[in-house]
Design a protein around this ligand. Sequence first.
Ligand code: F6R
Length: 368
Amino acid sequence: EKGGYKHFMHKEIHEQPRAIADTLRGRMLLTEGDVHFETWNLTQEQVQTFTKVTILACGTSWHSGVAGKHMIESLARLPVEVELASEFRYRDPIVEKSHLVIAISQSGETADTLAAFKEAKRLGAHTMAICNVIGSAMTREANLHVLTNAGPEIGVASTKAFTTQLVTLYLLAVKLGRMRGTLSVEGAQEHLTHLTQVPKMIEDVLKCEPQVKRVAREFMNAQDFLFLGRGPMHPVALEGALKLKEISYIHAEGYAGGEMKHGPIALIDEKMPVVVIAPKQPHIAYEKIIGNIEEVRARGGKVIAILDEDDNQADTLADHVIRIPAACALLAPVVATIPLQLLAYHVAEMRGNDVDQPRNLAKSVTVE
Ligand code: F6R
């Protein structure tokens, strides 16, 4: 059932080209420059009256929400707030009828997300669930649900659920952009064309595995890791750190690059590996993230840089370079996540950990 892989997580990482193709299937209307969701029930009028989007999620799904904020704000020009579902109910949240509240959840059963979602619905918001499990509690609760179609995810550490959430959010951003008139037909066609290329890109990026394994072997005994990214790469840094800590049990932190000088820089010494996610994209502040690499190097830290395949500016600065195919800014998070999943997997596997069933964790957290 693991299809020749030692662990479900490894199998699920490699399933991502197919999972993403399944997420996209039948939903991209290239000629019309539009997106078709089977379950869609919002009218143009409703969509035009939305004044705000609030995303509710936990853990990895919260990270996809942070990336989704960049997508929705950029294409639909709607302000997006991303909330930790576990905090939402306890602070008298501002929810109005003109708000679209989106719960993102692989399982559709996470207790904190479900409770926050019900509260938002009670307060009058329009609710939408992005889930991987058909018929789950959140899909039943929502006014509208969209499935990520990743197929069953068995490894406790979320991989294909995350990347398919990102792709679903991208489709949603295009849909909302078209319905609100902030995105032209041609603009939408361009975004959809980028999306069609993602499964192939993921296949290509998976070829970095031998290089990632070398990095994993060198740093498998590190005590701490830092992950840095800017703009849409910030949630990728958070996700890389979460993946590593949950299965390898190595302490790791994800930071927005600009925040490094406000504290974490004090941690950097020659024992500290720093993973810098720096594809060359406008909203990623490339020059600034290169500055971060230089700051780490100046303090003796070890830099593992995730760079576009044709980047020959930053590669001499880093101790290790992992190449990824160049993607547009909003899709780069999908591509850049893959080497980080592989890094966490191989470090955990080399340390002899139970990768699919990490200690103290459950696949679905049904307690608040
Ligand atoms: C991390 C992980 C958790 C889940 C979180 C939310 O790999 O799996 O952080 O992302 O518990 O779960 P769902 O998405 O099912 O609501």
